[in-house]
Ligand binder design. Structure first.
Ligand code: HEM
Ligand code: HEM
Ligand SMILES: Nc1nc2c(c(=O)[nH]1)N[C@H]1C(S)=C(S)[C@@H](COP(=O)(O)O)O[C@H]1N2
Ligand SMILES: [Mo]
Length: 403
């Protein structure tokens, strides 16, 4: 018994000591000089930066939309969300060429022999699974979301959100395991010995290690240049790869959900339309469009900044929400729930925290760019608040409830 077990273990150890004699395990199976720690480390550093930015900005976007008790988003500075979400999408897209180059450089490691060298190495190698799978999923699902390409039925935000945690978990282990190599590469000393030359290797030539870094850098720069214009005005003409140009659409900016899509084609243009103000108020209000226009108007230049990364900054005017709340006799410091005429849909309503409800630039807008709102932009009344993510800027507002 004991002897058989001993023999089995010895046999196993022998097996692990020598790599199998066939590719991809055989030594020298991978001949390109690009499979080297130096480009792996530099591409890793670049991915470390882009993934950290994506994780931080993505988490922020999640918290703004689903605040816990401890997180309070503020209406100032008015353009902050526009910057953080624009960064999220552009750095995410920029990660695509970096990740492809990195995976090309390191994939021979996946057949490293022996597969594990102990507990630490097992943890490190296991972490590669969520890291690689998670990265690919995040970049693919993010890309699909911003290009409105939904080949699968799952709901994007929760899948993308949980993949982000899983990926970052894998990334932390990976960085801990590889940071010594990065240090060595950065200091450019003691390079790992070159793999033994393989006699049958093809002619030298093709891309050098610096070459692949330059190519990955150039591809990344090109992606940034051709997508950043979705939110950075002066680059709009170069935004060849971005699905949305911020100045294309009715009244000079894009539409996400149309009035037809929201099924408000009849209710929004009904001459009997009334905006209701209800909840914790002294006097409930029901205001027609003429009533709303007769009240004092306020105007402000405010961004509409979609979670998908595009943004535009037109001039809006309409009622200042705090004015309306005073008119109805609402107490100070209240939160407000805003609901749409849209009968159903995830983004038909939003809740403004007290800071948003009290900001004088939080508008129930009637006009944009000096004209009444286009039906697709939320006619007759839409919410537009400073620093509010696009998905929370409710269109076709029907009811304002003081909480
Ligand atoms: C999305 C992010 C990343 C992915 C998907 C990724 C993927 C991989 C894979 C699959 C390997 C080969 C497996 C192995 O050697 O155990 C590897 C190796 C390596 N990675 Fe990463 N990595 C990422 C980010 C990073 C970061 C942030 C750093 C450092 C700051 C880094 C530095 C390295 C180094 C130094 C190696 C070893 C290369 C060698 O020994 O030749 N990686 N990476
Ligand atoms: C091509 C790359 C990427 C694109 C285009 C992209 C795009 C997006 C978009 C459009 C959203 C908004 C979702 C919504 O609320 O409807 C989002 C959310 C988010 N992203 Fe990404 N993303 C990318 C990569 C990443 C990466 C690499 C990470 C993390 C390492 C990440 C983490 C998150 C998180 C945590 C959220 C919040 C999800 C939620 O609201 O629950 N994303 N992303
Ligand atoms: N009622 C309602 N309002 C809505 C939406 C919606 O689906 N229903 N979509 C939101 C999203 S995701 C964005 S980005 C903005 C876009 O406003 P716009 O179409 O006027 O540019 O409207 C928001 N308001
Ligand atoms: Mo949006």
């Amino acid at each position: 018994m004991v002897r058989t077990a001993g023999r089995l273990i010895a046999g196993g150890a022998r097996l692990l000591a020598t790599p199998p004699r066939f590719p991809p395990f055989r030594a020298g199976s991978f001949r390109s000089r690009l499979h080297h720690e130096a480009p792996a480390a530099w591409l890793g550093v670049a991915l470390g930066v882009t993934f950290t930015v994506c994780f931080a900005t993505g988490l922020l976007s999640h918290l703004i939309q689903q605040p816990g008790s401890w997180f309070v988003w503020t209406p100032r500075p008015a353009g902050l969300y526009r910057v953080t979400q624009g960064l999220h999408v552009v750095t995410g897209l920029a990660s695509i060429p970096l990740l492809l180059a990195k995976l090309f450089v390191v994939y021979p490691h996946l057949w490293a022999w022996p597969p594990v060298r102990g507990v630490a190495s097992a943890v490190e190698r296991l972490a590669i699974v969520p890291l690689v799978a998670g990265s690919l999923f995040l970049l693919l699902s993010g890309l699909q979301n911003v290009t409105y390409w939904y080949p699968w039925g799952f709901f994007f935000p929760p899948a993308h959100y949980w993949a982000a945690w899983i990926t970052i978990g894998g990334l932390v282990v990976h960085v801990a395991a590889k940071v010594h190599i990065v240090r060595r590469v950065a200091a450019a000393r003691e390079p790992r010995p070159e793999p033994p030359p393989v006699p049958a290797a093809g002619p030298e030539g093709g891309l050098s290690r610096r070459g692949i870094l330059a190519a990955a850098g150039a591809a990344t720069g090109l992606v940034v240049l051709t997508t950043a214009g979705t939110t950075v005005g002066p680059l709009e003409r170069l935004a060849l790869l971005s699905p949305r140009r911020p100045s294309v659409g009715p009244q000079g900016f894009p539409v996400n959900k149309t009035a037809a899509g929201a099924r408000v084609l009849e209710t929004a243009v009904d001459p009997g339309y009334l905006l209701r103000v209800t909840g914790r108020v002294d006097e409930e209000l029901s205001l027609s469009l003429d009533d709303l226009r007769a009240l004092p108007q306020r105007s402000a230049v405010l961004p509409i900044a979609c979670v998908e990364g595009w943004s535009a900054s037109p001039r809006w005017s309409g009622l200042s929400l705090p004015d309306l709340l005073r008119l109805a006799g609402a107490p100070a410091g209240v939160a407000v729930h805003v609901e749409s005429l849209q009968p159903s849909g995830l983004y038909r309503a939003t809740t403004l925290n007290p800071a948003f409800a009290a900001d004088p630039d939080t508008l129930l807008a009637l006009d944009v760019g000096g004209e009444p709102l286009h039906l697709d932009h939320g006619f007759p009344v839409r919410l537009i608040a400073p620093n509010n993510p696009g998905v929370l800027q409710t269109k076709w507002v029907a009811t304002v409830t003081v909480l």
